[in-house]
Design a protein around this ligand. Structure first.
Ligand SMILES: [Fe+2]
Length: 330
């Protein structure tokens, strides 16, 4: 199974999964041969990519640890803002990620549609927990992290929709309203005594930068709550790698280079290092270009060095980039 951007989809490709619209209705079933008509339909429904089956990717299996059912339950719990359900989903996500083989969470983080805040929150939570596991956190800390990461942008509910969904650059005054969302979020949660204090701290501090240039308080270094720093980097990663109303999805290389630029400015250096060690940055089954000019598929990630996955060439050769001079260039 491999992922193809909508622009690269061709007639006769075979779908690997049901393709659904944003209301969860099946548009095209798994195993269908894509015709010109069906491809037009995908464009019409705003689908930005699909998983297909072919011989090149026949031995690549993508089985998200957080499967469709749990992902849907979590998104619904967030939409309803049902705390009991959010805590249950957080426990389940942590439990599954802690007990999956080699922590390879094959998350289908490549969104099929435009931005959905709750799906973004779920992706941030999954990556934050994965990073937290790498950092050696215990179950309870991971659960706190998951809940905080799921709710990190809850304050955006109080930012006017026309600002949130605006195409193009925000004005200074619009930006200052957006920058109030951590405080808005903190205030929403402060009303509920059942909210963990760690959740409030994550929500309040997830835009603070290591060098003190963040907001709302301009906290610096270890003044920033560690779980907020973990959430911060995972939030930025998901925003970069995904399509947004104001930008296309960035390539892996561009995403990695922007995150690396945040060393010593935006992120705690040891958390940044752990991010590249433990969070699957290259999504399994995506096509990449390597330094000898060949195209390859991401075959398997290497826990400990996520920048150097095992890749599969068109002739089926597998190359572990940890022991090769080849590099991914795009
Ligand atoms: Fe935010």
């Amino acid at each position: 199974m491999r992922y193809i951007n909508i622009e690269n989809i061709k007639d006769d490709m075979v779908t690997a999964q049901n393709i659904k619209d944003k209301y969860d209705r099946i548009l095209i079933t798994a195993g269908s041969i894509l015709s010109r008509q069906k491809i037009k339909q995908l464009h019409k429904f705003g689908i930005i990519g699909v998983y297909i089956e072919d011989t090149w990717s026949a031995d690549i299996f993508i089985q998200p640890v957080v499967d469709e059912q749990l992902a849907n339950d979590t998104v619904k719990a967030l939409e309803k803002f049902s705390l009991d359900e959010i805590y249950d989903c957080a426990s389940e996500i942590v439990d599954r990620l802690m007990h999956c083989d080699d922590y390879m969470n094959d998350v289908e983080t490549i969104e099929a549609y435009d931005e959905n805040t709750f799906e973004h929150s779920l992706h941030v939570a999954i990556n934050a927990v994965t990073l937290g596991i790498g950092l050696g956190y215990n179950f309870y800390r991971l659960k706190n992290l998951a809940v905080g990461a799921m709710l990190h942008d809850i304050g955006k509910q109080l930012v006017p929709l026309e600002i949130i969904t605006k195409n193009g650059r925000l004005t200074e005054s619009e930006l200052s309203v957006v920058r109030m969302h951590p405080e808005f979020g903190y205030n929403i949660l402060a009303k509920d005594i059942n909210i963990y204090s760690s959740t409030r701290a994550i929500v309040y501090q997830h835009h603070e930068n290591w060098d003190g240039t963040g907001y709302p308080r301009g906290l610096k270094g270890n003044e920033i709550y560690e779980l907020a720093m973990v959430t911060h980097i995972c939030d930025v990663y998901d925003a970069l790698i995904s399509k947004r109303s104001y930008k296309e999805a960035f390539s892996f290389q561009k995403t990695i280079s922007i995150i690396k630029d945040g060393l010593d400015t935006m992120y705690n250096p040891s958390i940044l290092e752990a991010f590249f060690q433990y969070v699957p940055i290259y999504h399994k089954g995506t096509e990449i270009k390597i330094s000898n000019g060949d195209n390859a598929l991401v075959f398997r990630n290497n826990r400990g060095d996520m920048l150097k996955p095992v890749i599969k060439l068109k002739n089926s050769t597998l190359i572990d980039l940890r022991t090769s001079k080849l590099e991914i260039i795009s």
